[in-house]
Design a protein around this ligand. Structure first.
Ligand SMILES: *Cc1c(COP(=O)(O)O)cnc(C)c1O
Length: 388
């Protein structure tokens, strides 16, 4: 065998290198989301998948999910409007503080829309708005699942207490609303496939019992999202999840999953140009154009997001180019706060001003949860790539 050709530079790296200085961008790949969705479909053996758009609502990502998933999960009237604009024909609508505007939007939506009801008075609000579609009761039940955010199995503001199910079903019946089942979203970023599979089987069994007791004609069990894709690297094991769900008989009940993070995480990169490298009081810093106001997750979770250095040969300035070699560098943003840290210390072989840092697997809860109004810096570009 002859020498292997060098691995082709990825389109993302090429893009990162080629952007005009000072480069700062969110880069999205719908292709990456579609690949994840295809793998998940196989593991979930035909059960319904709704994309939770709050994880990443970039228009191209939302369009791809609208096309390829079975529907879109929305958590506000604003999201509902954007999902409808994207052409979604099937929707779910959650949120613990829905009010009149939300009920009116739900009633007016020309789509197959299931409202996930989180308090009894929502039933009255929906009936008053003339909502005629299916509703599911969001219930806090079971034991807490391992993950980064727990929504059920312990006191949270989401959904109703399991003891309230009969009262809610009776209220809905009196109002003429069609209760089709339950919404049991419980966790985010669960990396334990066996625990997640137990959540699914447990949810289904519980729903059957609760529906019988409350005289609900059970057609729908939504187990929520929460499939793990940790920004620090680990991802839930789909094969183990599939094994855990093997033989599960939903028996005429539609079993619905609504992942956000798992699908969106690999579909986004944050790119920031290094404006300066320096050593101050014994610590090496890289200061970038951008920061946690564009990519808040590392600051919100208190972790260091791994990055790769995309070296740039070109240096257009008349002054000397700052450079550091073989050093652990703290990557800080352009905000006037010491908390603007994307990575607290990753070793780099060499790093110079003008190089670009690429933060991969940043697509979920990246730009969406950020606070770019702070300090009024220029916004990052939003770039969509066709192929990675
Ligand atoms: C956020 C959310 C999801 C998606 O959660 P992930 O952890 O991103 O999969 C699904 N359903 C509801 C109701 C949510 O609030």
């Amino acid at each position: 065998m002859g020498r292997q050709p060098p691995a082709p530079a990825s389109a993302v790296t090429d893009l990162a290198r080629g952007l005009p200085s000072p480069a700062c961008a969110w880069i999205y790949s719908p292709e990456r989301l579609l690949a994840r969705l295809a793998a998940l479909r196989e593991a979930l053996a035909g059960h319904t998948i709704l994309y939770a758009m709050k994880a990443c609502a970039n228009p191209a990502i939302l369009a791809a999910a609208t096309e390829a998933a079975d529907g879109i999960e929305c958590a506000s009237a604003g999201e509902l409007g954007r999902a409808l604009e994207a052409g979604a024909s099937r929707l779910a609508f959650s949120g613990p503080a829905k009010t009149g505007r939300d009920f009116a939007r739900a009633a007016a939506a020309e789509a197959d829309l299931c409202v996930h009801v989180e308090r009894l008075a929502e039933l009255d609000g929906l009936a008053e708005a003339g909502f005629g579609g299916p509703v599911a009761l969001r219930v806090n039940r079971g034991r807490p699942l391992p993950g980064s955010h727990r929504m059920a199995g312990e006191p949270t503001p989401f959904g109703i207490d399991a003891a309230e199910v009969p009262a809610a079903a009776a209220r809905a019946a009196a109002l003429g609303l069609d209760v089709v089942g339950f919404h049991l979203h419980a966790v985010s970023n669960c990396l334990d496939a066996a625990a997640y599979a137990a959540h699914v089987t447990g949810a289904l069994a519980w729903a059957r019992g609760a529906a019988a007791e409350a005289r609900i004609d059970l057609r729908y069990v939504n187990v929520g999202g929460g499939l793990g894709a940790d920004p620090r690297g680990e991802t839930i094991d789909l094969a183990a999840l599939a094994a855990g769900l093997e033989g599960l008989d939903a028996g005429g009940v539609e079993l619905v999953f609504e992942p956000g993070r798992y699908l969106a995480a690999p579909a986004g990169w944050y790119l920031a140009e290094v404006v300066d490298v320096k050593t101050v009081a014994g610590r090496a810093f890289a200061v970038v154009r951008g920061g946690t106001h564009h990519f808040r997750l590392p600051a919100a979770w208190g972790y260091s997001h791994p990055f790769t250095v995309v070296p740039v040969d070109h240096w257009a300035h008349p002054w000397p180019r700052p450079r550091l070699d073989d050093v652990e560098v703290r990557v800080c943003g352009e905000l006037c706060t010491p908390r603007d840290v994307l990575n607290a210390g990753q070793r780099v072989a060499s790093l110079a001003a003008g190089d670009r840092l690429l933060f991969a697997d940043a697509g979920a809860y990246g730009w969406e949860i950020s606070h770019d109004r702070f300090l009024d810096h220029q916004r990052p570009l939003q770039i969509v790539i066709d192929r990675v």
